[in-house]
Design a protein around this ligand. Structure first.
Ligand SMILES: Nc1nc2c(ncn2[C@@H]2O[C@H](COP(=O)(O)OP(=O)(O)OP(=O)(O)O)[C@@H](O)[C@H]2O)c(=O)[nH]1
Ligand SMILES: [Mg+2]
Length: 445
């Protein structure tokens, strides 16, 4: 997804992170490259101009964060502005206060409306909802059949009918009420181009039923065309957001990156394949991190910087850099995790933290961290400094002392090992600049 944009941006920014001191001309040069990269990705030129201006203003501002070096600051500002450009959102669907929620899907021919109708229904079902899809594309009998077949295969309630689309839409809502469905997705007819007739039809339909959200389904591969369509629909019918399809293809990113500024519309979902399960909520920040190729390291740095007691962290950092983790270090670390908010959320963002997460795989990560803390506090000083001493009988004693099971103690021992492994992998000290910093630095400086 957005591969070449990603490559170019990362390359432009990496040049900076390799330097200790940044001269203004270095920054200018990389901003020029960032600009070229965006234009090549088919981002609307006005949007690019605006973007560049905002970055320049921010870099000149006094608000820069002191704990980041100049290169990191540039990366951070670019990152934040990209998130802004993408609409800074993670919204999914807005649900109607009283069900059913009614979602009207509109868009050009072949943009993916019918496929998306079923995808959205399945996404809602994964959220514990009960969806119904309604076929309102009566211009082509095959279109109704397409949705019917998909709905039957996925066991999603389906409704269609003959006559006026407004009436069928109303019936489908009554049908949903009768079946206890709380979401109705209306699949409409497309056209080759935006034309008056289509827009009027959609306008009438929208007035005939209590639509909760009107979402434009747009093909990301069409780039600026999708943006034009977005403007036309927004103006004539009114939109609440966009579902961008075919982001699994080699879309350059222009549509995703221009829509918000050019039309005021946020991308709410991303279609990432042909299968009914291939729909994701569009997370502006995750998408940005993906584009910048840095995991979510930036936000982790941000959180860590806020939460960590620096001095304590510095003391631990020395050990971390050496690639060893005593239980004292470990205790500091998990307390930091705790102070950062959702443990699961933080782990999510750590590159390669899968192992540690596995070790924490309780139903409630927060409770798990408390238990870990109790277990570590039941160890002797020597045990904490030299975990390899902890044999079977010590494990039993520690379990008794902390009111846990030996299996819980084993889990903590494993988690520490996992963290040590993780550190050796991501390294204190050395390189790996794309990740901006090793874990040691992420946890404090
Ligand atoms: N790769 C990929 N293909 C998609 C995606 N979404 C839709 N498609 C494909 O795009 C084609 C058109 O999809 P439809 O859902 O039939 O499009 P539509 O908007 O309903 O088209 P009309 O009913 O003719 O207006 C199909 O071949 C889909 O499989 C996606 O996210 N990724
Ligand atoms: Mg269709």
């Amino acid at each position: 997804m957005f591969d070449s944009l990603s490559d170019r941006l990362t390359a432009a920014l990496r040049k900076l992170t390799g330097r200790g001191v940044l001269r203004p001309e270095d920054i200018e040069a990389s901003l020029r490259e960032v600009r070229m990269a965006l234009l090549e990705a088919d981002v609307n030129y006005k949007v690019v101009k605006d973007f560049q201006e905002r970055i320049r203003v921010q870099l000149a501002g006094a608000e820069l964060e002191k704990h980041l070096n100049p290169a990191q600051q540039v990366v951070k500002v670019v990152h934040d502005e990209l998130v802004e450009m993408l609409g800074a959102n993670t919204e999914g669907l807005h649900w109607a206060p009283s069900p059913p929620t009614v979602v009207l899907l509109a868009g050009l021919q072949g943009s993916g409306k019918t496929t998306t109708a079923i995808k959205l229904a399945l996404w809602a079902r994964r959220q514990g909802r009960k969806p119904l899809v309604a076929a309102l594309d009566l211009r082509r009998p095959a279109a109704v059949e397409q949705l019917r077949v998909l709905a039957e295969r996925e066991k999603v309630d389906f409704h269609t009918g003959t006559g006026a689309v407004e009436a069928i839409a109303q019936q489908s809502i009554a049908e949903a009420r009768r079946r206890g469905d709380d979401l109705v997705v209306l699949d409409t007819a497309g056209r080759l181009h935006v034309d008056r007739e289509l827009l009027e039809e959609l306008g009438h339909l929208k007035q005939s039923v209590p639509v909760t959200e009107t979402l434009l389904v747009a093909d990301a591969m069409t780039g600026q065309e999708a943006v034009k369509v977005g403007s036309a629909f927004a103006e004539a019918v009114g939109l609440d957001g966009v579902i961008l399809t075919k982001l699994d293809g080699d879309a350059r990113g222009g549509a995703a990156l221009s829509l918000r500024f050019a039309t005021g519309q946020r991308v709410r979902f991303a279609g990432v394949g042909e299968k009914p399960a291939d729909l994701e909520v569009f997370h502006a920040d995750r998408m940005t991190s993906r584009i910048l190729g840095m995991g979510d390291v930036l936000s982790l740095i941000e959180k860590a910087e806020r939460a960590v007691d620096r001095e304590e962290a510095q003391r631990v950092e020395k050990n971390l850099r050496a690639g060893t983790v005593s239980f004292d270090d470990f205790l500091v670390n998990i307390r930091q995790l705790k102070s950062m908010g959702s443990v699961a959320g933080v782990l999510e963002m750590m590159p390669g933290a899968g192992q540690l997460k596995g070790a924490l795989a309780g139903s409630d990560p927060e409770a798990e961290v408390k238990r870990m803390e109790a277990i570590i506090l039941s160890m002797t000083r020597r045990e904490r400094a030299r975990p390899e001493l902890i044999d079977g009988s010590r494990r039993r004693r520690i379990a008794r002392g902390s009111g846990t099971q030996v299996s819980d103690v084993n889990k903590v021992l494993k988690a520490r090992e996992a963290m040590q492994q993780l550190l050796r992998q991501f390294g204190g000290g050395g390189g790996r600049k794309p990740n901006l910093a090793g874990l040691g630095r992420m946890l404090g400086r």
